[in-house]
Each structure stands twice: as structure tokens, then as C-alpha cells.
Design a protein around this ligand. Structure first.
Ligand SMILES: [Zn+2]
Length: 386
């Protein structure tokens, strides 16, 4: 895992600062020169990075201290972000740039929909022949996923059940396919491509606030999936045993107090007969921005519940960074002080390094970035690429 973390740090520095010399990488990363030299030789051998200027061989008589840059065309990576309403297919290069992107209305028939995606991927492969190789396809799914069987099990937002996503897409494209649920994909995107200060972070909690509430946990640099691949469903921890019934069979789950659905319900109760009738978080945040009292109170109350749940998770998991994703983070100025206040009051142990609570680094579709990162992550987890 250390190897993967170091490769990730090095590739991120290259992506941000290229062209850059080994010495400068050492200065920024804090990694020692021997480690950097080992990783860069491996990456050069695999043509993942190139020495700036030549891009091929170095002059006879040894290697001058030439700067390095990523070989963007080394790998093409496909990311598929499946959501209940609209799904996105993207082709990214090895330098994290999206070179093609298209959206589709998500079909209720999973296999015909995935075959359609497979067909588009074949077309994109034919069109973008400048890539040396296509590394694979990462798929983010809105529900429970079994990584061992490659199946999408079930979801409350999509009528797909027991869908062999990996098998269907591999058959349609001939490329290796990796799947995961959207909260875990988003967590992976944050640790890989979040703000620069995350470069050395090894433990991160991602809280996805959307119709429901789900989490992704990165432990020691890798995604934590659990024994049955269901890890991260913290939305269904009861925070009030006398609370309302939850669809999971328990009562008073965190999800019922802090999800978008809960916030919208709270707003509609608070606004009474007056106020605007709205059905999306985006509209609710607009009302907060315009100074609407009921909307602001509803969101503040959600922030308190987010703080209560997050405090419990910090006590249990001890992450260095907590990242919150979802429309609600557009009202960050309103929710942040309440969440921070709640965690400060109730943390069990003082944190010597503090705890950073931040909105997602990605304004749009962190799970799409996560789908692409799934491919990158599996590519770099193996000792020798290519
Ligand atoms: Zn529940």
C-alpha cells in the first residue's frame, strides 16, 4: 500500500507541476531521493512518464537531470458514472484530462443500457487511436455493489437488481472493468485528486449527502470495502431509537435526519402554508442564498445532524480529513460552523493534528472522477504496468 501511496503522490505532483525535476519532486513530496528514483525508473520503463524534451532515449553518457512529465497518451481510461436519471461516459487520458464526454438517459433495462454504453466505448476506442493502450473501465453505481462477483446488487433509486455489470461490459468491450458504489468512488477521487493538502493523507472519510446518505472510507491509503463489500452504509446507524421507521427496517437512522430527502421534508414542514414549494436541494440552496428563513433553518438543522453523525464517525475511525459531498455543500458558509461546532463539542480525544472538514474538491460529479480513478488505482496498484 505504501508503494501505491507514494506513486499516487508522485503522479499528482507531476500532474500539477510538470515539467519537474526529481530534486523538486523530493522537495515538495518529502519523499526521499532513493524512493523517488525507484518509482521514476519504473514509470519511465513503462512509458508512463517521459523526460521532457526528448520523450525517448537520453544521450549516451548518462542521464542529465532533465525534468519529467506525464505521458498523457500512455493510457486511455474510461469512466462511467451511473445515476438514476442521467449517466455519463467519459474518456480520460493519463494526465487526468477528460478528452471525450457524453451523457445518456439511464435505461431501466440494465443489460440493454450497458450494451449501449459498451458500443459507445468501442466507438471511442476506434476514434482515439493515439493512445498506446486503453487501461480499462471504471463504473460508479448508485447502490450496493459486490466487487467479488462484479455485480450491482440493488439500489433504492434505480430499478436494477443483481446486474452482472463487470461481465456485461467486459464482454461488450474486451476491456477490464472495475466497479464500486458512488460514495466509495468519490472517496477515492478525493484522496487521489482532491486538494493538494490531501497528498499525504492516508485516512479519509467521505460523506455523500444526496437523496440518501452514504459514506466512503479510505484507510491507510486504500478503500475500505469490508467483508461483504457493504462497508460505508453509515446512513443506517440509528441516532434515535424512538425515531420514525426507516426503509432498512430500523428506526431513527441518520439518513432520516441528514439526507437531502430529510432536509426537503423539514423545509416543507417549516415553511407551513407560506413559502415556496420546492423539490430539489439546488432550489433550497438558492432560497438560503436569498435569505429565506425557513430554508436556512432547515439546512442549519441538517448541519447539526450531519455534525452529530460525523462526530461519531471521527470517534470511531479517526480520519485526518472528512470530506462532505452533495448539493448541500453549496451552502458551506451556513453549514460549516455548525458541523465544526458539533464535532468540537463532542470529540472524545483532542486531535493533535486537528481534523479537517471540507467540501468536496469537485463541484460537478465527484463520482465520475471517482469512476476514472478506479481504473487509475487498479493500474498503479500492481507492481509492473503495461
Ligand atoms: Zn435505515
Amino acid at each position: 500500500m505504501l508503494r501505491l501511496v507514494n506513486r499516487r503522490i508522485l503522479l499528482n505532483i507531476l500532474s500539477d507541476r510538470q515539467p519537474i525535476s526529481r530534486a523538486e519532486i523530493a522537495k515538495i513530496s518529502g519523499l526521499n531521493k532513493a524512493t523517488i528514483s525507484t518509482i521514476t525508473s519504473e514509470l519511465l520503463k513503462d512509458f508512463c512518464i517521459v523526460e521532457d524534451g526528448s520523450g525517448r532515449t537520453t544521450p549516451i553518457g548518462g542521464k542529465p537531470p532533465t525534468p519529467l512529465r506525464l505521458n498523457a497518451k500512455r493510457f486511455g481510461l474510461f469512466g462511467v458514472d451511473i445515476r438514476a436519471d442521467e449517466s455519463i461516459l467519459a474518456l480520460g487520458d493519463f494526465n487526468n484530462r477528460i478528452v471525450a464526454r457524453m451523457s445518456f438517459e439511464t435505461g431501466s433495462n440494465a443489460s440493454s443500457f450497458l450494451n449501449k454504453i459498451g458500443k459507445e466505448i468501442r466507438k471511442l476506442r476506434g476514434k482515439h487511436h493515439s493512445f498506446i493502450e486503453f487501461a480499462g473501465i471504471g463504473v460508479s453505481l448508485p447502490g450496493l455493489v459486490d466487487n467479488h462477483t462484479g455485480k450491482f446488487l440493488l439500489s433504492v433509486v434505480l430499478p436494477w437488481r443483481d446486474v452482472p455489470v463487470v461481465q456485461l461490459l467486459e464482454k461488450a468491450t474486451g476491456l477490464p472493468v472495475t466497479i464500486d458504489n458512488s460514495a466509495r468512488c468519490s472517496a477515492l477521487a478525493e484522496i487521489w485528486h482532491g486538494k493538494a493538502q490531501y497528498a499525504h493523507v492516508r485516512n479519509l472519510l467521505y460523506v455523500s449527502v444526496s437523496t440518501g446518505l452514504a459514506c466512503g472510507v479510505v484507510i491507510d491509503g486504500g478503500l475500505y470495502r469490508g467483508g461483504n463489500n457493504t462497508a460505508g452504509q453509515f446512513g443506517h446507524i440509528p441516532i434515535n431509537v424512538n425515531g420514525p421507521d426507516c426503509r432498512c427496517g430500523q428506526r431513527g437512522c441518520w439518513d432520516l435526519y441528514a439526507s437531502d430527502k430529510a432536509t426537503l421534508k423539514r423545509y416543507s414542514e417549516m415553511r407551513g402554508t407560506g413559502g415556496k414549494r420546492i423539490s430539489t436541494m439546488r432550489k433550497l440552496v438558492e432560497l438560503v442564498d436569498s435569505g429565506d428563513t425557513a430554508a436556512t433553518d432547515a439546512i442549519r438543522e441538517t448541519a447539526r445532524y450531519l455534525g452529530i453523525g460525523i462526530t461519531g464517525l471521527i470517534n470511531g475511525l479517526d480520519p485526518e480529513v472528512v470530506v462532505i459531498g452533495g448539493e448541500i455543500t453549496k451552502a458551506w458558509g451556513v453549514i460549516e460552523p455548525i458541523i465544526v461546532e458539533e464535532t468540537k463539542r463532542n470529540l472524545l480525544a483532542p486531535r493533535s493534528h486537528g481534523i479537517a472538514i471540507r467540501p468536496s474538491a469537485f463541484e460537478v460529479r465527484p463520482s465520475l472522477k471517482g469512476a476514472l480513478t478506479l481504473v487509475q488505482n487498479s493500474l498503479l496498484s500492481v507492481p509492473h504496468m503495461g
